[in-house]
Ligand binder design. Structure first.
Ligand SMILES: Cc1cc2nc3c(=O)[nH]c(=O)nc-3n(C[C@H](O)[C@H](O)[C@H](O)COP(=O)(O)OP(=O)(O)OC[C@H]3O[C@@H](n4cnc5c(N)ncnc54)[C@H](O)[C@@H]3O)c2cc1C
Length: 422
């Protein structure tokens, strides 16, 4: 499993072009840096006749063909991960540090913790890389003057963490956390349990939704959350819409512009300068096939089974225009993944972000501060429980800061272990 995934023999994915399940598989494989071939087919009969694939006539699409020829029919992400050999149970009875979330912050924490001799487990519910893994090109991360695809950066970090001995549990989620005898006991979705002396929460944020009628019906059938880097090559001759004016939306628009007929950015504000890095803004304004609709918001989605039309409303002129499209990428920020903490003593802000360090002494959190200990900079209101990256109250929301906080959190873990568990 821990061989370089990029050099695996090619996985093939067969499915209908407009299939939600096929999109979810492509997105997962792309973010996991698994080289795969996408083969759009209309039905199983075509698959049998044109591709000589020996599949039952009544089987379900999509089908994943693994290196070696094993076929998975309409598989879940868990099935695929299991068959690629990525699913394992926790190996140790107890860890020095458990890390939740394998975005930049969690991966960085895993690299530093494992390289410094801590028994380290890293738990990730989806694909390695987090939000950064969905970025087509990160250009402002130190050391990569030509930029690097987010999934590549994540894969390198994954290999580094594994090299130092970090244990990675894929497609697993922490659902319930309890603090017993000063240790964190976490129940995972597959029924297994992790016990650790310390914990770093690096669970990041989840994309916000448009909150429109019928949005559920079109999820992954025309409405995609995030920058959709797996889909760019499939956008030839399409009119693609990107919602949002931040850096992730800007990167997505530029990436799609290399493939699509036209890219339209839909932004609520009256300019992009306030929300977009200058280098992205200049490139967007220079790219002929990118159009920006200012003061604009999508107000309706329609289509029979897949999305084929959207309505965009100009909020100043109060006019509505319909556009034909089957590809809308929503990059409008997110909310923190901290539901797991709601029954614990960990203090969260109103939006759900984890409050750490001296912020705990300030209003409005001061009144909820019930402890006598002095928390370290990245320590939550529960001693030994740290937060790093986007999930933290007042965090910077950049790859570099998440990586930095992941590394820094490990230093605080050492201090805590020396003082409390020596
Ligand atoms: C498309 C896009 C492009 C971007 N481009 C740039 C850029 O060019 N430069 C830049 O500096 N920043 C960029 N950003 C922002 C940057 O990616 C984030 O700031 C960074 O990824 C935050 O890292 P993180 O590790 O804190 O959280 P995340 O990246 O959000 O990772 C959190 C991880 O935790 C997992 N998780 C959540 N809950 C659980 C649970 N209960 N159990 C287990 N796992 C869980 C999630 O699945 C996820 O993998 C971009 C963001 C996006 C979306």
């Amino acid at each position: 499993m821990e061989a370089n995934r990029a050099i695996l023999e090619k996985v093939k994915v067969y499915g209908k072009q407009e299939s939600r399940d096929a999109y979810v598989i492509r997105d997962f494989l792309n973010r996991s840096v698994v080289t795969f071939e996408w083969v759009p087919v209309s039905d199983v009969d075509t698959l049998r006749s044109n591709f000589s694939l020996n599949v039952p006539a009544d089987c379900n699409l999509p089908i994943v063909e693994l290196p070696g020829g094993k076929l998975l029919f309409d598989p879940t992400i868990e099935d695929i991960a299991f068959n690629l050999g990525w699913i394992s149970k926790p190996k140790q009875k107890e860890y020095d540090v458990s890390i939740f979330g394998a975005g930049p912050a969690g991966l960085s924490a895993a690299v530093y913790a494992a390289s410094e001799g801590l028994r380290t487990v890293l738990v990730e519910r989806e694909a390695i890389g987090g939000q950064a893994g969905t970025s087509s090109r990160i250009e402002n991360y130190l050391g990569f003057p030509g930029g690097i695809a987010g999934a590549d950066l994540a894969e390198r970090a994954r290999q580094q963490a594994v090299k130092f001995g970090a244990e990675i549990l894929h497609i697993r989620k922490g659902i319930k956390a309890q603090f017993i005898d000063g240790k964190l006991h976490v129940d995972l979705t597959d029924g297994s349990k992790i016990i650790a002396k310390t914990n770093i929460s690096a669970t990041g944020v989840q994309y916000n939704r448009l909150e429109l009628p019928h949005e559920d019906k079109f999820i992954d059938l025309g409405i995609y959350y995030g920058a959709g880097s797996s889909e760019a090559v499939l956008c030839a001759n399409e009119h693609v819409f990107v919602v949002g004016g931040g850096n992730s939306a800007g990167q997505a628009a530029l990436n799609f512009s290399g493939y699509a007929k036209k890219v339209t950015m839909v932004i609520r504000g009256k300019d992009l300068a306030a929300t977009l890095s200058d280098y992205l803004l200049k490139r967007i304004l220079k790219t002929n096939n990118i159009e920006v609709l200012y003061n604009a918001t999508i107000t309706a989605l329609s289509g029979e089974t897949i999305l084929n039309e959207i309505t965009v409303t100009d909020t100043v002129k109060q006019t509505a225009t319909n556009y034909s499209t089957r590809l809308v990428f929503v990059c409008i920020g997110g909310t923190p993944n901290t539901d797991w903490a709601k029954d614990t003593a960990i203090v969260r802000d109103d939006a759900g972000y984890l409050v750490t360090g001296t912020d705990l002494y300030k209003p409005p959190f001061l009144s909820r501060w019930k402890s006598a200990f002095t928390p370290a900079f990245l320590e939550t209101s529960v001693p030994g429980c740290f937060a790093a990256g986007d999930v933290r109250h007042n965090s910077v929301k950049r790859v570099a800061s998440a990586v930095g906080e992941g590394a820094m959190a490990v230093t605080f873990v050492h201090r805590y272990l020396t003082e409390k568990h020596a």
